[in-house]
Ligand binder design. Structure first.
Ligand SMILES: Cc1cc2nc3c(=O)[nH]c(=O)nc-3n(C[C@H](O)[C@H](O)[C@H](O)COP(=O)(O)OP(=O)(O)OC[C@H]3O[C@@H](n4cnc5c(N)ncnc54)[C@H](O)[C@@H]3O)c2cc1C
Length: 396
């Protein structure tokens, strides 16, 4: 099922499709599993700048910020077309998707001038220092300390899971600036130059691919940061953490909806292969169930997404968005597991087939990677807590 749009919106789609058809050539496969999420290749910079210059980078924003003041339905069309083609807008997704909106919303005029357009034009790359060894889901218990002086901060502590820190130019680092205050109230966000003396990023590999280095531990020892790099108000950094994650979640479901559909097509393509006992997989009731379940779930994601969108358009709160992150990431994971199970040992080196696949690679590796959807931005368990308490109103 697909939402139908009006003539004006379809004209917007036609313009976008024509632009993509004319310009995307050579930029379709920017994603590179060997490079970190803050490593911007020349092609990636050129593509992001081209999107920016033509108002197709963040269509809902004004032209001077890489957009064209697109309406919400037009923005949805935009994300549909980008997801359908499996295009990356940026090779530094945390810079474009989280840092840029945070700076736009909380930055001083000087910070906006200094960082916003260079981030949007892929001139600089970012990492985000939130998680610590003892502060992940419970982010508010972070311990990295920033002592506050008249014109600077001095940071000491450790972050972990910091994607792309070894390649990033800048970091939005969440630090404790008031150790006496209740834990949510003593946190600030500071913009840190990753070249500052005292910062040591130590990259470490992912479970799914030993040669892929994106995660880092980052150690801060007496790191001096100018006071003007405070983002938002002192001790009010918690508001930014909530804003950052909301930006991340806003239209994520469209991507999940299209990814699940693509995995579903792949599951159907495997159905003629022999399964356990030599019979074709299509005759295996478990495999047929997995296909049917994935199909039903993919439709549910789409419908739930549309419902949330309709509420958003009427200015109402849309709890569907908490559900969509949970359901989208878990449905994708289950569908990848069904394919890996069906292929058994072959799943270790048989690639998912079909055009424009998200992060190419074998079924089993894709399944392992899919955990990257169910952990960051609030694990599945945390999402369930939020849904239970804030959506269903259940007691703690
Ligand atoms: C691909 C990826 C990229 C990431 N990038 C970054 C980054 O760039 N910057 C950054 O700062 N962090 C990043 N992270 C870290 C991510 O934000 C944390 O992994 C996440 O917040 C979970 O924290 P944790 O790993 O410390 O697990 P914990 O919080 O220690 O959780 C461990 C387990 O306990 C469960 N649990 C915890 N609390 C509760 C509760 N109250 N109720 C029920 N269950 C609970 C969790 O669901 C989980 O299963 C990234 C993670 C991944 C996977």
């Amino acid at each position: 099922m697909r939402l139908r749009y009006g003539a004006e919106e379809e004209a917007f789609r036609a313009e976008l499709v024509a632009w993509l058809d004319a310009n995307v050539h050579g930029f379709e496969n920017l994603r590179d599993n060997k490079r970190s999420s803050a490593y911007l290749t020349d092609e990636a910079r050129a593509w992001q700048q081209m999107l920016f210059d033509n108002g197709w980078l963040v269509p809902g924003w004004p032209p001077e910020l890489g957009g064209r003041n697109a309406t919400p339905p037009e923005q949805m069309i935009y994300f549909e077309e980008i997801s359908k083609r499996d295009l990356s807008r940026s090779l530094n997704p945390q810079g474009l998707g989280i840092v840029a909106p945070s700076i736009r919303d909380y930055g001083t005029p000087e910070q906006i001038e200094r960082f916003l357009v260079p981030t949007l034009r892929a001139e600089i790359a970012w990492c985000i220092g939130m998680s610590e060894p003892t502060a992940g889901s419970d982010l508010a218990s972070l311990r990295t300390r920033a002592e506050v002086f008249d014109d600077h901060f001095v940071i000491n502590g450790q972050k972990v899971w910091t994607s792309g820190a070894h390649h990033a130019d800048w970091c939005i680092c969440y630090v404790r600036t008031d150790p006496e205050a209740p834990k949510h109230r003593g946190i600030s966000a500071v913009i840190v130059d990753m070249q500052t003396p005292g910062i040591e990023p130590r990259p470490f590999p992912e479970l799914s691919e030993a040669t892929y280095l994106d995660f880092n531990e980052v150690f801060f020892t007496d790191v001096v940061v100018p006071r003007e790099n405070l983002l938002g108000e002192l001790n009010k950094g918690w508001a930014l953490t909530q804003g950052s994650l909301a930006h991340e979640r806003a239209m994520l479901w469209i991507d999940y909806a299209y990814l699940v559909e693509r995995i579903l097509e792949n599951l159907v393509d495997l159905a003629d292969r022999p399964g356990p006992g030599g019979k074709a997989l299509r005759d295996d009731p478990d495999y047929r169930d997995a296909i049917a379940r994935t199909y039903v779930d993919s439709q549910a994601i789409m419908l739930m997404g549309y419902r949330g969108f309709a509420k958003f358009m009427r200015g109402k709160a849309a709890p569907e968005h908490s559900l969509l992150k949970l359901v989208g990431s878990e449905v994708m994971q289950n569908a990848l597991l069904a394919g890996s199970d069906a292929l058994r040992a072959e799943g270790l080196d048989q690639d998912l087939m079909g055009p424009h696949l998200w992060r190419r690679g074998a079924w089993a590796a894709q399944w392992m990677r899919s955990f990257s959807g169910t952990i960051p931005g609030g694990t599945s368990e945390i999402q369930r807590n939020i849904i239970a308490e804030r959506v269903l109103g259940l007691p703690r």
